[in-house]
Design a protein around this ligand. Sequence first.
Ligand SMILES: [Mg+2]
Length: 226
Amino acid sequence: MEHAVVLCDLDGVVLDYPAAESMAFAGTATRLGLHDLAAVQPVYARINVACWQAYERGELTAEQLRVRRWAELLEATGVAADPADVSTDYLSRLGRAGPVFPGAVRALRRLAAVVPVIAVTNGFSDVVHGRLAASGTRDLFHGVVVADEVAAPKPAPEMFTTALALVGEDPDRAVMIGDNHHADIEGAHDLAIDTMWVAPSDAERSPIATWQVDSMRAAADMLLSA
Ligand SMILES: [Mg+2]
């Protein structure tokens, strides 16, 4: 093992966010009387992506993002409800949903047995901690760095430097595992941290990632054999 610390994104790497989101969305939508999930979920998904992009550009705060996406969905579907209340209901459901990718927990356990692994995530603090607990993976992480506790989301350098400070390590002793090329790979690369991009096996080669793998299991295999 060449690295002294592993920084690890959660969603798309360890935690299956689309599955968690679908479970939470189904609960909240049904409560609003929106029973045709196949029709309404794609509308929400489009709104949510646009809101996240605005958040990552610094145009929305985390708090505004949470409520704005529901305000827009309520408007699109003509349902009368308070978007702040709907957001609270959704986040509470999301915070209890912890599905993981097959093989990811075992891979994480193997890595965590030999090196500190620190979660570095752009999620919301209360939701992230709830989902980590529900997934049974919390104890495998030496620390958890969440964007809304640090002030700016990845690719902000503070996300990575905050994680490194937890173990007193330099960037050149670390590797970042993540599936979001902009947030995870470019962010870590800018600090000269080695990077491992988790991408579908048919994805184009990243011009900057140190390694490219298709799962957390492959990431652990590669790091542990180096
Ligand atoms: Mg991710």
